[in-house]
Structures are given as C-alpha cells and as structure tokens.
Write a protein that binds this ligand. Structure first.
Ligand SMILES: [Zn+2]
Length: 294
C-alpha cells in the first residue's frame, strides 16, 4: 500500500504544481506524508457534502479541482465553512490535494475531458502554453466535429452527456446555425472571447458567461455560445483523472480503489423556464417577444 507522499508524487507528474497560475493555490492542503493510502476520491469542490461523501466511502485522499483556500486565512475554526472542512478531513485521516489551473492546462486536462464527454475531436489548445514544445498543453481546446450539427443539437448533446444541473445549457446565437468547429473551456470562460474569435470557431462551450461579454461576442461574429453550469463542465475531469490514477496504481501494483464523486456541488437547485418560450432564432429584442410592450 503506497504512502501519501508516493501518491502525491505520482499526481505531481500529471499536474506539476509549478504549471499552476501564480495566483492559484494548488498542492497538498491536508494530510500526513507518511499515512497509507488505499482509497482515493476525485471531486470538483472541497465542500462539506463532498467531504461527507469521502468519510462515508472511507477514503484516505480526496483530490479536488478547486482550491479550499485560494487566499490566506487566519483561522481554521470549525465555526467557519472551510474550517469545518479542515476539521472533518483531519479527524477522519483524509488528506486533501488540489490540482486546479495545473490540471486545466495539462495534456490531457480539464477541457480534454469536457471535449471527450461530447465526442469532440481535439485539434489544439485554445491558448497554447508557450513552454510546451509539443503545443499540446494550454487553456481550453479547439475541436472539430466529424459530422456537423446545429447549435441546438450540440446543446442537446451537452445537456445529455454532462451531469444534470438545474441550469441545463443556455444558448446564445442562432440555434439552427451549423457547427463544424467548437472551442471548449471547462469552468469560467468569458475571459477567452478574444482567443475564441481568433480561432474562428462556430461555437464556444464554457460556463459562467455574463451578459455584456456574451452579447458583445454574438453581436460581433456569427459565434454561438453554449453556457453550462461551471461544475458540470469540470466534472468530466474527475473521471479522466481517476482513470489516470488507476493506470498509475496498476503500474506500481498499488491496488488503489479510486472513486469519482457523485455529489452535485453546482449551487443552483432549480430553474423556472419562462411561461412562453421564445420562437427559434428570436433575439429577445423583437416587438413580438413575450413581455415586450406592444
Ligand atoms: Zn472551476
């Protein structure tokens, strides 16, 4: 049975900490390097429900995509949300390790997993990492579809293949437009519009898109936007990462039990559709749009 230090060293080969953004907080948050590791759980968020899941499964190591503390703290009091997480982890001998922006840009990384979930063929990174001579690492992915689909069909595929959330998939742009090329970026993607426009793709699938950047993007180009829940776009990485660790475990004869979290940590819990659906292709600015004065 491997020790935590050995498993962490293996994870560091997949997602070296030095490849994280300078503002990020990755690496081991809790755990004794000498402790044994038999079970591992991968999840997006280090929140209480996920830690409860880890306790129930009896795991020794929880690996999450999002950091627990992104900025410094002066307390791990159990009276605080994050302090409670720290207490539960330590009381149950569960280590916590974070792979965030170093997993985003990895090869394969978060956006490869997202593309894979939708059967999109990855062509290249959307924002290549200049330190990678092979040109495979970087943020986001530019993908091709072997068979073009409409924006509406691609949105339906995303809704079907990504884990279910209250939001589902929001679409901006013409739902009937053809999609042959698509950029994908797991997590918040609205800082990437310049690169998405430069890539000349038909559609962009990401999360957390805001009103102004989204409306500007679709007004300037025939680009379609598909906005999923942040958690849903990153969850496929947990399956990818678990498979990667399984393979490492087999190679070392570690016999690890590797799990993927089934806890939904998307904070949104319900979605009320408008009483009257907009007709296909409606922009919402038409005088015939529901709710418009006439
Ligand atoms: Zn994220």
């Amino acid at each position: 049975m491997p020790r935590l230090s050995e498993v962490i060293a293996a994870l560091e080969t997949l997602w070296p900490a030095e490849r994280a953004e300078s503002w990020d907080a990755v690496g081991t948050v809790a755990g004794d390097p000498g402790q044994d590791v038999r079970r591992v759980l991968f999840a997006v968020d280090p929140v209480r429900d996920v830690v409860d899941e880890a306790v129930k499964l009896g795991v020794d190591l929880l690996v999450t995509h999002h950091p627990l503390y992104l900025r410094g703290t002066t307390t791990v009091s159990a009276g605080t949300f994050k302090g409670r997480v720290v207490h539960t982890l330590i009381k149950n001998d569960i280590a916590l390790h974070v792979a965030h922006t170093n997993a985003d840009t990895a090869d394969p990384g978060v956006s490869d997993a997202l593309a894979g979930a939708l059967d999109l063929r990855v062509v290249r990174p959307l924002v290549p990492d200049p330190t990678d001579p092979a040109g495979r690492r970087g943020l986001g992915r530019v993908c091709e579809l072997d068979h073009p689909v409409t924006v509406r069909e691609l949105a339906a595929r995303a809704a079907e293949r990504l884990p279910a959330t209250a939001q589902g998939i929001r679409v901006a742009g013409d739902p009937e437009a053809a999609v042959r090329t698509v950029a994908v970026s797991g997590g918040s993607g609205d800082s990437l519009f310049d690169q998405v426009r430069a890539a000349g793709v038909d559609a962009f699938l990401t999360a957390d898109l805001r009103h102004h950047p989204a409306s500007e993007a679709v007004a300037q180009t025939p680009l379609a936007l598909l906005d999923a829940a942040h958690w849903a776009t990153e969850w496929p990485w947990c399956e990818l990462a678990a498979a990667q660790l399984d393979e490492i475990s087999d190679r070392h004869g570690w016999d690890l039990r590797v799990h993927v979290s089934t806890t939904v940590t998307d904070p949104w819990t319900a979605h009320a559709a408008s009483a009257t659906a907009l007709p296909p292709g409606a922009t919402g600015a038409s005088s015939h749009a529901p709710g418009a004065p006439n």
